[in-house]
Design a protein around this ligand. Structure first.
Ligand SMILES: *[C@@H]1O[C@H](CO)[C@@H](O)[C@H](O)[C@H]1NC(C)=O
Ligand SMILES: *[C@@H]1O[C@H](CO)[C@@H](O)[C@H](O)[C@H]1NC(C)=O
Ligand SMILES: *[C@@H]1O[C@H](CO)[C@@H](O)[C@H](O)[C@H]1NC(C)=O
Ligand SMILES: *[C@@H]1O[C@H](CO)[C@@H](O)[C@H](O)[C@H]1NC(C)=O
Ligand SMILES: *[C@@H]1O[C@H](CO)[C@@H](O)[C@H](O)[C@H]1NC(C)=O
Length: 787
């Protein structure tokens, strides 16, 4: 009886039809009840609610969430691991200033342990911070100091706080992943599972320094500001794809172990505007021991040959052997798993050994469960594994795992169950020869020479070096050669590139914001070097974005080897593609049907990878035959992705996708009607490219549908549609007329028509009617299989 009266006295009421009460604050002696979950605290701007939130059958948590008109997502929970009963539980601010969450049985589930004799009130700020403060604005307690899995803008992550993921998508109790500042001051993500724990972000295979972090600043603080810029004291930073004030954002460590920045769009969906890990299989603990994570096109786990899953509902328990055997004294053989790697648990490592020797080494130890054999720096490395954890298959991983099985087992020696069924996928091992650096020996001699000459000269040289680094200011971090030993991505000097392209003489292409030249790097790799038109972008920012693009790795995306940012020069160094662009190949007679089909599938895979696995912001926005390059085996690789963004940063006005981009003929209608730009713009452009592949006709031309007795020329899309309708008697018949005459003979007309119909779906006017790139890949793979 007493409490509702106090509620009336102390709070401002907003009348609402469902008789729910929206409070501005809670004062001493008042409570919220789980029986009335509609009674909530609301922030003055109406964005956040705090109250009892249903997390299960009759189970409630005291939580803060975005109001329904802002996506109703939970951002904080007081009692995530101990939900309270829906009947008879309450949150009370008691007279001594303590805030108590009491379960039905009068048990205190959660307390703030605050004490205050003066007047105290609990209120929800516009930032989403729930604050218990005195009348003199002294903060006794605040929810920002005890985050759950989400960090809101302006909420600092400190040495005392960490984010812990939810268990699963719908279960808010504590999961296995956490984001925190480690003892060495570095912000990391830890997987702490039922059986193992490991850190996987920043990438443990590269040094902290290569990952762009520092261990020297022990402030340990990281904050996301209102414009979507995150900065932490270990030098880690990122920018939201939709940089600028406006969208509601949250930084969440998701139940799948990835850290993502979300921005709320107009449809009240959360778009990912940044994420820590771009390859989903690189997070740890997803698949558990003896299983591998595959990603094509969705992430899933699968057991190694001879193993069965332990718990289908929770893959983190992994797989167990079908039979109990020990390799001690028993004969064994090896099953080859292509492109598979397991991270960690190396029993031993051998450099430059033959496959036979690697195998022999494994056989000698009964704890050796498998060995990994791969080419690295032109030599074969051998890793013996004692425990098979964190396994994943990635087409770009150029090595094989050899799993040890008993000699008499029936497993096939060449395991194909984890290899894609589509034959065009077979990945060729491209040995990457990095030449030994000759200069090191030279430097060593120089060093001795100098020390013999005497200390004075040495001091001069040291001073000289020091001065050199000093004058280069903060960019010195990435001036020291290879950024990441793992990927080979590096910064080049302008002088170096000038020399390697012989003063920019051999031009091989134009467009996408710059001119492309051919060059030969000092390690003899042939490169395509793109010189961007003048950019007034700050070096550090350019670096941040380029290094993200540099980390994107897929066999159907062009690989970036490095960049140069010096003064006003901005250059990008890419792998060189033997057969040049699709545009060029479309003119040639040797570009046959098989190659075209391969191009359609590969391009779709590359784009799907950009859209699904990376981020929305890596929308290509300029898919066209000039931007699809073919390597020596006519494998297509998409070029210039991420560039639209990079070029736009020059005139930073945060309306990232407002200006019309792309190329006439390939641009989706959204650009013209100023509709929101989504990944569907790339789907549209892709559809046009496929139409061009099949018809051999340019989308900028106009064509006449003779059979209708009309003379009015049509746009390519309309022309194809009308032609197909006119001939729609049965599949394949009359279809030759539409096709490029150079390929009619070679191709399977039924397949060609299916491909054409997929393309037509991609170029639907209505963007929601278009499939996603992932769906396109699935359709094309089905097409490739049906023989
Ligand atoms: C959430 O997961 C925990 C741990 O697995 C389990 O104890 C709890 O019952 C789950 N909660 C719900 C609502 O499913
Ligand atoms: C450490 O990081 C904090 C927060 O980013 C920054 O304000 C401070 O200047 C840094 N200190 C040093 C010595 O770099
Ligand atoms: C393997 O051995 C363990 C104990 O050593 C036993 O619990 C398990 O059931 C055995 N599995 C099979 C498939 O025989
Ligand atoms: C690699 O091994 C081969 C054969 O054992 C040897 O001839 C060669 O010198 C080795 N290379 C290096 C760099 O150690
Ligand atoms: C194993 O399978 C792969 C892919 O199917 C194939 O490229 C390779 O030649 C096969 N190796 C052997 C030894 O059969």
């Amino acid at each position: 009886m007493k409490t509702p009266l106090l509620l009336l006295l102390f709070t401002l009421m907003i009348p609402s039809p469902s008789s729910s009460i929206q409070l501005q604050s809670l004062s001493k002696g008042s409570s919220l009840f789980s029986d009335k979950p509609d009674d909530v605290l609301v922030s003055p701007n109406g964005v956040f609610f705090a109250g009892f939130y249903g997390v299960g059958d009759n189970a409630y948590c005291f939580a803060i969430w975005f109001a329904k008109s802002f996506g109703s997502t939970v951002v904080w929970i007081a009692n995530r691991d101990h939900p309270v009963n829906g009947i008879g539980s309450s949150l009370s601010l008691v007279s001594d200033g303590n805030l108590l969450l009491t379960d039905a049985g009068q048990i205190n589930i959660w307390v703030t342990s605050t004490i205050s004799t003066s007047s105290v009130h609990l209120c929800l700020m516009d930032t989403g911070n729930l604050v218990l403060e005195t009348s003199k604005n002294f903060i006794l307690w605040q929810s920002f100091d005890s985050p759950t899995d989400t960090l809101l803008p302006q909420q600092p992550l400190t040495r005392n706080t960490k984010l812990v993921s939810s268990r699963t998508r719908g279960n808010y109790s504590s999961g296995s992943y956490s984001l925190y500042f480690d003892n060495d001051n570095v912000l990391r993500i830890l997987f702490d599972g039922p059986m193992t724990s490991s850190i996987y972000w920043p990438d443990p295979s590269i040094s902290i320094w290569s990952a762009g972090r520092t261990t020297y600043n022990n402030t340990r603080i990281g904050v996301l500001d209102l414009s979507g810029h995150f900065l932490s004291s270990d030098s880690f930073k990122f920018l939201a794809a939709d940089l600028g004030e406006g969208p509601k954002r949250r930084l969440t460590i998701d139940f799948d172990g990835n850290l993502r920045l979300y921005s709320l769009n107009e449809k009240l969906d959360w778009d990912v505007s940044w994420q820590a890990i771009n390859a989903p299989c690189k997070t740890h603990g997803i698949c558990g021991p003896n299983s591998i994570c595959v990603y094509e096109p969705d992430r899933r786990c699968s057991c190694l040959p001879g193993f069965v899953v332990k718990d289908r509902t929770d893959w983190s328990y992994g797989c167990e052997s079908r039979s109990n055997f020990s390799f001690e004294g028993a004969k064994s053989k090896f099953v080859n798993l292509h492109n598979v790697d397991f991270y960690g648990y190396d029993l031993n490592f051998f450099h430059n050994v033959t496959w036979e020797n690697c195998k022999k080494n494994c056989l000698q130890q009964f704890t050796c469960k498998a060995f990994m054999y791969r080419m690295d720096n032109g030599m074969y490395d051998c890793y013996l594994k004692s425990f098979l954890l964190n396994g994943y298959r990635a087409p770009d991983f150029q090595g094989s795992m050899y799993l040890r099985v008993p000699e008499d087992s029936s497993e096939s020696l060449n395991d194909t169950s984890h290899v894609l069924s589509c034959s065009s996928e077979a990945h060729e091992e491209l040995p990457r020869m990095y030449k030994e650096k000759h200069d090191t020996r030279y430097l060593r001699y120089l060093f001795w020479f100098v020390s013999i000459i005497g200390g004075v000269e040495m001091i001069c040289i040291i001073l000289g070096w020091w001065f050199l680094f000093k004058t280069q200011g903060n960019s010195s971090i990435f001036d020291q050669g290879y950024l990441s030993a793992a990927s080979g991505f590096r910064k080049f000097t302008y002088a170096e590139l000038k020399k390697e392209t012989r003063c920019f003489t051999e031009e091989i292409g134009r467009g996408g914001g710059g001119v492309v030249y051919k060059g030969v790097l000092s390690d003899n790799r042939v490169a395509a070097i793109k010189r961007l038109h003048e950019a007034n972008q700050e070096e550090g920012e350019f670096f941040a974005e380029v290094s993200i693009i540099g980390r994107i790795n897929h066999m159907n995306l062009i690989e970036m080897w490095g960049f140069c940012a010096e003064g006003k020069h901005r250059l990008l160094v890419y792998e060189y593609m033997e057969h040049g662009s699709l545009a060029k190949n479309l003119l040639s007679n040797v570009f046959d049907w098989e190659k075209r089909l391969k191009t359609a599938l590969g391009t779709a895979k590359g784009l799907a990878y950009l859209h699904e696995e990376c981020l929305e912001w890596v929308l290509h926005c300029d898919v066209k035959p000039q931007n699809i390059l073919l390597d020596e085996n006519f494998n297509p690789k998409v070029a210039d992705f991420g560039l639209s963004k990079l070029l736009d940063r020059g005139n930073l006005n945060n309306t990232d996708f407002s200006a019309i981009r792309g190329t006439r003929g390939y641009m989706a209608p959204e650009w013209v009607y100023s509709l929101p730009i989504t990944s569907k713009v790339d789907v549209y452009s892709y559809g046009i490219v496929v139409l061009e592949l099949v018809t051999g006709k340019s989308p900028t031309g106009s064509y006449v549908v003779e059979s209708l007795g009309e003379t009015e020329p049509r746009h390519l899309v309309t022309w194809v549609r009308e032609k197909i309708e006119a001939n729609s008697t049965s599949m394949g018949s009359g279809f030759e007329e539409i096709m490029d005459s150079r390929i009619v003979e070679q191709c399977d007309l039924v397949k060609a028509e299916i491909l054409m119909r997929i393309a037509l779906q991609c170029v639907e006017e209505e963007r929601d009617a278009r499939p996603t790139m992932k769906q396109v890949v699935e359709m094309l793979q089905r097409l490739g299989r049906d023989h």
